[in-house]
Design a protein around this ligand. Sequence first.
Ligand SMILES: [Fe+2]
Length: 381
Amino acid sequence: MPSTFDPANQRPNAAERYTLSPDETSNRLIFANGSASHVLHPVWLRERTEEDGTIDTGSMQRLYDPALLDADLRADAVEDSDGATTVTWSDGHVQRVDHLAVARELGWEHDPIAIPKPAAWSVEPAPFPRVAWPAEGDDAAVLAALDAFWTHGFVVFTGTPTEPGSLEQIASRFGIVRETNFGLLFDVFSKPNPVDLAYTPIELKAHTDNPYRRPVPSIQFLHCLVNDATGGESTLVDGLAASEDYAAIDPDGHRALTETMVTYRYHYANERLASRSPIIETDTDGSFAGIRNSDRLDFVDAVDADTLDIFFRARTGLRTLLNDPSRRATFLLAPGDVMMMNNRRLLHGRNSYELESGMRHLQGCYIELDGPDMLRKKLAL
Ligand SMILES: [Fe+2]
């Protein structure tokens, strides 16, 4: 299949030309431009081929198993031209290598369909990510809202319908609504003389929703239908920023939070759920991948007491950061407002409110991160 790469249109800076050349001392290849170089493994490059017969052009899935490629694969010929290189491999395959695609995989070039990198915040983001509910077909507004969501971990939409149940359609614009044992939508409301703890007006500290699920729901929507109560402001805190800040304060403690397994449990009547993870999840390079915070549902493994000394110190230290009012975004949801937040990165809560002051009715639901990811790519192309 011919490459769709057009160097004349897509290479951002002609002065920064890329080259691909064989390494003199090994079967590796050197990808370079004026200021950087990277050694490429031949199989890494060869398994990215999109030449005729190697992939299904509809699904872009491979038609062969790259695990069966020759482990000693090498480039017999490398012919560099403007914006691309043609490599003739030792197994006879001829591959045109798109320089821009390689540069994007190495993180050297901006990828227009990649999701924006998160920006950690330890005080409320300014300007506050509040946007009018985009009209149908207003792709630019949807993209801007999604970029705010990826950057800050949340966005608040204003001016959505206030009919009960309308959240399902609102959230469906971004992904498939995930049903839980609380239903497709769940209600958060109060009324005088409550008969259930769910209807109490007490403060809710920074927490992860459903930390006991596998997988933990990654995005929560909260839709305000009625809010006549005094108080009850929504609160958010950035778990990414808190994790980074705590790592700087107490590296050993932070490591304990990333390595010590915790079980999150939900037991109600005959419904029992449990899920295990460290409080802070990291990628293999140590970078932040997610956080679960629940002061009501977390039970650490019975590891040795010395490790628990460090773990408990760190859990207290991290919670102190997460519950620090100066780190919070605090805002009142008005009727028609919808908060969309990353439940794997941010922790959410609520200030207490006066029960007798008026009705407060919100509805919530969950979708997964791949929904907005897919939508963004579709709109950005
Ligand atoms: Fe919650």
